[in-house]
Design a binder for this molecule. Structure first.
Ligand code: AGP
Length: 604
């Protein structure tokens, strides 16, 4: 997804912005551009289709300045090209805009501007913002931007420069993240802290409907209608080093290997042995309210939706509250009945996924209580919800989610334990779950030591054109997530089914060329899962089982350590992350930046 970085201060801006863009590369993009205020006045721009290094190669030697904005673009309106890359400049080259989001009424605005004689240089929706600002007769840049935004419908995070106002950058946000980085006599603006964290950890996150003016030694924030807002900088906990590869070949590998530490972090300081429960500081839900909940509805997209499915089964199992998980993208369009006794939980790693945010806003408009299970502190969903649990996985850079999935499920286990102990979960069961949670980091480490064996299996299965993943009840979301992981990075087609559904249709697909990955925990459904494997074997299907002991019916078994039944799904997903990783590696895929995908989907 698009990325923004801007700087105003005393340093040479071009290298700073290029470094910022590199730090945003993980979000996925197809072109990039940079504009600076030249020393002798006027704006100078360079754009390039492709990677940031192609942009860097085009930046001339004499490109000095101390103020600039830059962008990585992920095409929505108009193909990836030099012309469609941001920043977009007006005809006179005085105004430059970088924009994340989508202008919904772009064609209408464009037609009006063209009728007035404006000649567009690109096919993008974003360029209309530039021309609207350029044509405004208002006296200040802030007023010009405000006037332009009045007629823009849609989502935006923007940064604007104007040759007549070289002492400032103006930014605005509506539905697309914008953070300000506060330095010593220098200021940054970005769509993601990743772009500025190596320079400052003091940040201000803009709210929707908020604007900011950045000068080298000062910043101020105000609403789009001009009222001043108070913005106190917060310190970002994440270290700049968390965004480095740390000796691994890919971010995905680094993030898979980080899971023992990440799980340790989500547990830290939260377990209360005295009452066999957990403390969740930011929940904002007292015991009486918790007892009044009659239903839990979890909403997320992709991997977060899958984590929510396991979360629902944990809440239902431990707290005995009916719970289910639904894709937020579907929920918001089906005019859902919003029930006052239902607790709604929005799940999102980035905290910026548009579909999830829109579902939260719709729920809140209808008076629902919405909690968040979110990784990025201070993100839009974290701010929009009434309380929640941070998953503390640290920054996840790879487009595909691994450690955030695991930590989100652990966060759900904590929430389920908390709700359970307020309701009918016994002290003994509380203790049992706490012991299980404490065992997780070491057990994950134990699974990671099997990487070489999994790599060999991956080389074997990489030849498949299509794969089936099956699991029952708790194992089904594990199968769904594992199949998503495989298709996202290896591009092998994969299907996930409840094992119980096999004979209702998908069994027709089974043949030697369609291997099956079966999730086979040692629980009350073991024999049922074995029967499903038997059916596959009878159709000459190959089976790779993930189980707590060798499975006779399987061609290969990855044995994982046993935990409590409720927590087993957390461990069973981990070898399958490695399987997807090594399969993609064997096929020579671009693992951290899979085709057509972006890290956070901030547009519909
Ligand atoms: C995960 O591997 C995917 N890239 C994707 O499904 C992702 O989980 C989804 O877009 C939701 O993102 P979020 O957790 O940041 O809201």
């Amino acid at each position: 997804m698009c990325g923004i970085v801007g700087y105003i201060g005393k340093r040479d801006v071009a290298p700073l912005l290029l470094e910022g863009l590199q730090r945003l590369e993980y979000r996925g993009y197809d072109s990039a551009g940079i504009v600076i205020a030249g020393k002798s006045g006027g704006l100078k721009a360079v754009k390039a289709k492709g990677r940031v290094r192609e942009l860097e190669a085009r930046v001339p030697k004499r490109f000095a300045g101390t103020t600039g904005i830059a962008h990585t673009r992920w095409a929505t309106h108009g193909a990836p090209s030099d012309e469609n890359a941001h920043p977009h400049l007006d005809t006179e080259g005085k105004v430059a805009v970088v924009h994340n989001g989508i202008v919904d009424n772009a064609s209408e605005l464009r037609a009006k501007l063209e009728a007035d004689g404006v000649v567009f240089a690109s096919e993008t929706d974003s360029e209309v913002i530039t021309h609207l600002i350029a044509r405004s007769q208002a006296a200040s840049l802030e007023e010009k931007v405000r006037e332009a935004l009045k007629v823009v419908e849609g989502t935006y995070g923007i940064a604007v420069m104007h040759a007549d106002f070289p002492d400032r950058i103006v930014a605005a946000r509506n539905g697309s993240p914008v953070v300000l980085g506060i330095g010593e006599k220098e200021m940054f603006v970005a769509s993601d802290v990743a772009a500025l964290i190596s320079h400052t950890r003091q940040v201000v996150t803009l709210d929707d409907g908020e604007m900011a003016t950045l000068k080298a030694d000062d910043f101020r924030t105000y609403t789009t209608s001009g009222t001043r807002t108070t913005a106190t900088p917060e310190t970002v906990e994440w270290e700049a080093a968390s965004y480095d590869m740390g000796g691994h070949d890919t971010y995905m590998h680094k993030e898979i290997c980080e899971q023992p530490d990440a799980v340790d972090r989500v547990l830290r300081g939260r377990i209360d042995d005295k009452f066999s429960t957990v403390h969740l500081g930011g929940l904002n839900l007292d015991a009486r309210e918790a007892r009044g909940i009659r239903r839990v509805k979890i909403l997320g997209c992709g991997t977060s939706f899958h984590a929510g499915m396991i979360g629902a089964s944990l809440i239902e199992g431990l707290a005995r509250i009916p719970a289910d998980s639904e894709p937020a993208s579907e929920f918001r369009y089906r005019n859902p009945v919003v029930d006052p006794d239902t607790l709604y939980i929005a799940v999102s790693q980035s905290g910026e996924t548009y579909d999830v945010l829109a579902a939260v806003q719709e729920l809140k408009r209808k008076g629902a209580r919405v909690l968040g299970v979110v990784n990025v502190v201070g993100s839009a969903i974290a701010r929009e919800t009434d309380g929640g649990v941070y998953v503390h996985a640290g920054p996840e850079v790879c487009v595909v989610s691994t450690k955030c999935f695991t930590n989100t499920v652990v966060a759900f286990a904590l929430l389920a334990l908390h709700l359970g102990r307020i309701r009918d979960l016994s002290v003994a069961d509380g203790k049992r779950i706490i012991e299980g949670l404490r065992a997780l980091p070491e057990q994950i480490q134990e699974i990671l030591t099997q990487e070489e064996d999994i790599k060999k299996l991956a080389a074997d299965y990489a030849e498949a054109k299509s794969m089936m993943f099956i699991g029952r009840v708790r194992g089904y979301p594990v199968a769904l997530e594992a199949s998503l992981k495989l298709k996202e990075i290896s591009y092998i087609h994969a299907e996930a089914y409840p094992a119980s559904e096999l004979k209702h249709g998908p069994l027709a697909l089974i043949e030697p060329a369609m291997p099956t990955v079966a999730i086979v925990p040692d629980d009350s459904l073991l024999e049922k899962n074995r029967a499903a494997m038997e059916e596959i074997k009878a159709r000459s299907g190959r089976i790779l089982a993930v189980a707590h002991r060798e499975q006779e019916k399987a061609d290969h078994t990855i044995v994982v350590p046993k935990n409590e039944d409720e927590l087993d799904p957390i461990l069973m997903g981990i070898p399958l992350q490695l399987l997807a990783y090594h399969t993609a590696l064997a096929l020579g895929r671009d693992i951290d930046k899979p085709r057509n995908l972006a890290k956070s989907v901030t547009v519909e």
